[in-house]
Design a protein around this ligand. Structure first.
Ligand code: HEC
Length: 96
């Protein structure tokens, strides 16, 4: 009885939201919360000095760093920032 068409439509809308990562949103979140400890030079140092060299490692590192900010982020926020960093600095998106 609670399963009205509206509920269904909302469910579909929300699930498709998390599929398409929003890079502008990611950039904003990054600039707001992530620039206290390091700047973007950590993403662009030579591969052998970098911690992150694939998409999976990037997701994990972003997750750890989000915890370090002390802010509460949604899963989508993390995905958006991963997409933003990958596209802008690491260029992992091509391999996905
Ligand atoms: C409390 C401090 C702190 C904050 C805030 C922080 N980071 Fe970090 N981050 C670090 C440290 C420390 C490292 C490791 C740097 C090193 O190895 O020189 C790091 C490394 C990284 C790396 C890996 C860089 C590489 O070597 O490839 C990524 C990606 C990253 N941070 C993303 C983020 C994101 C996204 C945010 C915002 C959610 C964030 N950081 C906020 C401390 C922080």
């Amino acid at each position: 009885m609670k399963n009205t068409p509206t509920t269904l439509i909302l469910a579909i809308a929300f699930s498709s939201m998390s599929i398409a990562a929003d890079m502008d949103e990611g950039k904003e979140m990054y600039e707001e919360d992530c620039t206290k400890c390091h700047d973007s030079s950590v993403f662009t140092r030579p591969a052998k000095e970098r911690k992150v060299n694939n998409l999976e490692a990037l997701k994990k590192q972003v997750h750890r760093c989000v915890a370090a900010t002390g802010s509460s982020w949604f899963e989508e926020d993390e995905e958006n920032v991963v997409a933003y960093l990958s596209e802008t600095f690491y260029k992992f998106n091509k391999a996905e």
